[in-house]
Design a protein around this ligand. Structure first.
Ligand SMILES: Nc1nc2c(ncn2[C@@H]2O[C@H](COP(=O)(O)OP(=O)(O)OP(=O)(O)O)[C@@H](O)[C@H]2O)c(=O)[nH]1
Ligand SMILES: [Mg+2]
Ligand SMILES: [Zn+2]
Length: 313
């Protein structure tokens, strides 16, 4: 029987079978050995499950090839990638208009991770009930210019939830964003049956506690899955070569062929088409500043890896 992995903990995987049932399955021993390091099972994986010969349990006997994945490096861990979710159609980057205050550098980091994984992204700015409407639209205009679909929502005042709901239907979406921005609240409001845990944000420090543990895929009542992930606050390294970063800003792409040097870093070289575009206002300075900052981080990592990542390119 075919199924989709919804969550996992302690070697037991919750699988939604094609007949609509949700059941617990373990990894078949033979498969476990084959897959050490090669492919770690992730939420969203398409699997084949079989009834165990002895007993009544289920076992995962096959993992189907992934059509996409969202991966990041575990913080502080070696070069190994951690797959957050498999077979993802889009990344939904959720931030709050306030409480916690949105940081554009962090939004750009999440978008780069989506682009680096070859995934479509859309942006949700939640809690618009807390701020002035015109100001919040102006503040995020750069992302509309960059071509990202943008949703302004409020769980409290029921704003934009219908449109967001429609954008999630019949797709597998990963919701990512810092803790406390309202990811679980949004899902609960759009799909009342989900009953996700919602954490109270500490008003004194405006820092949300992590209330979602591990990635969990929720089957949507009208087809599709939503993967709710814990706040990815510590996302830092994602194993991208610095030379690939410029392509991860979609609005930069049309300028990249126009620099004097083919391997232009767009930081200090003469005749840089991207910096010209920034100077003339065709490309947002904020987004360019994010590029410069992320590029610096990637180069720093490459230096501390003895330049190996650079040479490979
Ligand atoms: N004012 C306002 N508060 C909201 C809104 N949406 C959510 N909240 C509040 O924000 C806090 C955090 O919401 P959660 O849904 O737990 O946030 P989360 O993004 O799932 O957080 P993690 O699971 O920790 O990653 C809760 O106290 C919610 O009640 C909104 O639209 N407006
Ligand atoms: Mg949550
Ligand atoms: Zn350049």
């Amino acid at each position: 029987m075919n199924g989709v992995v919804l969550s996992g903990s302690g070697g037991i995987w919750r699988v939604r079978a094609e007949n609509g049932e949700t059941l617990d399955a373990s990894m078949r021993g033979r498969l476990k050995k084959q897959n050490i390091d090669a492919l770690k099972l992730a939420v969203g994986d398409d699997v084949v499950i079989e009834q165990e010969a002895r007993g009544t349990g289920w076992a995962i006997s096959e993992i189907r090839e992934r059509r996409s994945r969202l991966a990041r490096r575990a913080p502080g861990a070696g070069p190994g990638q951690r797959v957050v979710a498999a077979n993802v159609d889009q990344v939904v980057v959720v931030f709050a208009a306030a409480k916690p205050e949105p940081h554009v550098r962090m939004i750009d980091r999440f978008l780069v991770i989506a682009e680096g994984n070859g995934l479509d992204a859309r942006i949700v700015i939640n809690k618009v009930d807390l701020v002035d409407s015109d100001a919040v639209h102006a503040r995020f205009h750069d992302y509309e210019r960059a071509g990202y679909p943008l949703h302004f929502t409020s769980v409290k005042h029921d704003i934009g939830l219908r449109e967001l709901h429609d954008a999630l239907t019949a797709r597998t979406s990963v919701l990512s964003g810092p803790s406390g921005v309202g990811k679980s609240s949004l899902l609960n409001a759009m799909y009342p049956g989900l009953n996700l845990r919602v954490g109270e944000i500490s008003e004194s420090v405006n820092k949300g506690r992590h209330t979602t543990v591990g990635a969990v895929a929720h089957p949507l009542p009208d087809a599709g899955y939503v993967v709710d992930t814990p706040g990815l606050r510590e996302v830092g390294m994602w194993g991208m070569a610095s030379g690939e970063l410029d392509r991860c800003f979609p609005e930069f792409r049309e300028y990249l062929g126009g620099c004097r040097f083919a391997d232009c870093t767009h930081i200090a070289e003469p005749d840089c088409a991207l910096r010209d575009a920034v100077t003339h206002g065709a490309v947002s300075r904020e987004r360019y500043e994010s590029y410069v900052k992320l590029r610096g981080e990637l180069e720093e990592t490459e230096r501390s890896n003895g330049g190996s990542a650079l040479k490979r390119r």
